[in-house]
Structures are given as structure tokens and as C-alpha cells.
Design a protein around this ligand. Structure first.
Ligand code: FPP
Length: 258
């Protein structure tokens, strides 16, 4: 007889397959500090307003054709920030995990957290585990929050886990890098606040991602900004290193003459 666990993971695989047909968008949520400074507020108020922007974007994403949304909340280099700011950011994460799980479950959102967990303050890794388990049945959106995350470290750790390098495929290596099976590559990376760099975010997964940079500060970002980014994405032609359809040689010219 099939166990409940097996049935559950089968159901998750079905949902996962469906979400993989929808877009994977990554967002570098930047500009919280400047947003606060312009209002003569402490930086932490910018981060708090940033959490409201997360709510808006998560709510809007499924209807805009997004199946997977990866948000960069705390990079491994962010530990270099002043301790008070790090503590405030970890506090926001802690309260997000404590308060949002019910809403995520109601809205069919499957939350996972990527990045290292061993350096997080006490209790957060357990709270992440509980939130992931509680939301695992969500089929409307895969929400991945990157915390203590470094793409280069993820690639390095994956390389260290390769057992037979001579048999390695891109697909198998991708599973080691992402820590999951057949995660869809990132289609679009959005960065707010006018900065134009990737800052060690999803470097493997974004090999062919389109990039969208907006002047909007993250705390002001909303559903319309997401729609604008997607509309610019849909206007682009993605060639993945190939040629435009109209540029290809007609098949008859390539075929040997009869
Ligand atoms: C970059 O803005 C933003 C961050 C380093 C933190 C992002 C965090 C949140 C939006 C909220 C916390 C997350 C969760 C999941 C509850 P910055 O501070 O570097 O802005 P600046 O470049 O204007 O100084």
C-alpha cells in the first residue's frame, strides 16, 4: 500500500510539473535603505515597507503567469552590515515566518527558503522547516526566499558533491546547485532601485535570463511594476544562442539535393 508520504510527494510533483510550465522570476529587492533615508526614517523602516511590497508581489504573481518567484532577502555578504540592521532583518524574517504561514496556505503558496541555515539566529531554521512543511501542498505559486544565500557558494557546494565527474550532465549538476529536481531556469531577473548588477544571485539558474532594471525603490514596487517588467519581458525575443526564426536557413536549402 502506498504511504501517505508517498502520495503527498506525488501530488507535489504534479503541482511542481504544472508550475514549471509557468515563468520563473527572480527579484533583487533593492533600495529599502534609500527609500527610508529620503523620508528621514531609520533604514529598518525601509525593510519593513519592503515586507509590504513582498505581500503585494506574491499576491499578484500567480495571475501574471508566474509559477516560481525567488526573492533575494539576505545575501551571505549582508552579514557585513551593522549588527543592529542584521538583527532587524532576521527579526522581520522571523515574524514573516510566524505570521504569514496561514495566509500562504490559504492562497496556495508553497514557500521554500534557499541558502545556508546553519548561521541563522536560534529558532529560525526550525521556523523555516515548519513553514515549508505547512505550505508544501500549495499549487498556485512556488515562493522561494533566499536567505544567507550566495550563488557562488551554491555552485561550489554542488561541485564538492559531484561523485562521478565524467558522467555529469548539466541537468544533474543543476539539481545539485538548486537542491531540487528540475527547477525551471530563471526567465526574468528584476532588480529595483536603479542598480544594475546581479550581486551573486542565481548565477547558474539565470544563464539565459532576461534582465529588467527599474528605478523604483523596492518598498514602492507593486503589481503594476511587476506587470510592466513582464510586458517588457514578453516583447523580447529569446534565442538561447540560436537564430531568430526568420534568420534560419530554409530547410530545403540545407537538405542535400535529391
Ligand atoms: C536591499 O536594500 C534589501 C535588503 C538587503 C533586504 C531585503 C529585505 C526585505 C525586503 C525584508 C525582509 C525579508 C523578509 C523575507 C521578511 P538596501 O538596504 O541595500 O537598500 P539601499 O541600497 O537603498 O541601502
Amino acid at each position: 500500500m502506498q504511504s501517505g508520504l508517498a502520495r503527498k510527494s506525488e501530488a507535489n510533483t504534479d503541482a511542481g510539473t504544472e508550475l514549471r510550465h509557468k515563468l520563473h522570476v527572480g527579484i533583487i529587492m533593492d533600495g529599502n535603505g534609500r527609500w527610508a533615508a529620503r523620508r528621514r526614517l531609520p533604514r529598518v523602516r525601509g525593510h519593513e515597507a519592503g515586507v509590504d511590497a513582498i505581500h503585494r508581489v506574491v499576491e499578484a504573481a500567480p495571475a501574471q503567469g508566474i509559477g516560481t518567484l525567488t526573492l533575494y532577502a539576505f545575501s551571505s555578504d549582508n552579514w557585513r552590515r551593522p549588527p543592529a540592521e542584521v538583527t532587524a532583518l532576521m527579526g522581520l524574517l522571523r515574524s514573516y515566518l510566524a505570521r504569514e504561514v496561514d495566509r500562504l496556505v490559504r492562497n496556495g503558496i508553497h514557500l521554500t527558503v534557499i541558502g545556508r541555515r546553519d548561521r541563522l539566529p536560534d529558532g529560525i531554521a526550525d521556523a523555516i522547516g515548519r513553514a515549508e512543511a505547512a505550505t508544501a501542498g500549495g499549487t498556485a505559486l512556488r515562493l522561494r526566499i533566499a536567505v544567507d544565500y550566495s550563488a557562488r557558494d551554491a555552485i561550489l557546494r554542488a561541485a564538492a558533491r559531484v561523485e562521478r565527474p565524467e558522467e555529469l550532465t548539466r541537468e544533474a549538476f543543476a539539481d545539485l546547485v538548486t537542491g531540487e529536481q528540475a527547477l525551471r531556469d530563471v526567465d526574468l531577473v528584476i532588480r529595483t532601485s536603479g542598480e544594475k548588477r546581479l550581486s551573486d544571485f542565481l548565477l547558474w539558474e539565470s544563464a539565459y535570463a532576461e534582465l529588467h532594471f527599474t528605478e523604483r525603490m523596492w518598498p514602492d514596487f507593486g503589481a503594476e511594476d511587476l506587470a510592466e517588467a513582464l510586458s517588457s519581458f514578453h516583447r523580447r525575443e529569446r534565442r538561447f544562442g540560436g537564430l531568430q526564426a526568420t534568420e534560419s536557413e530554409p530547410a530545403a536549402e540545407l537538405a542535400p539535393s535529391a
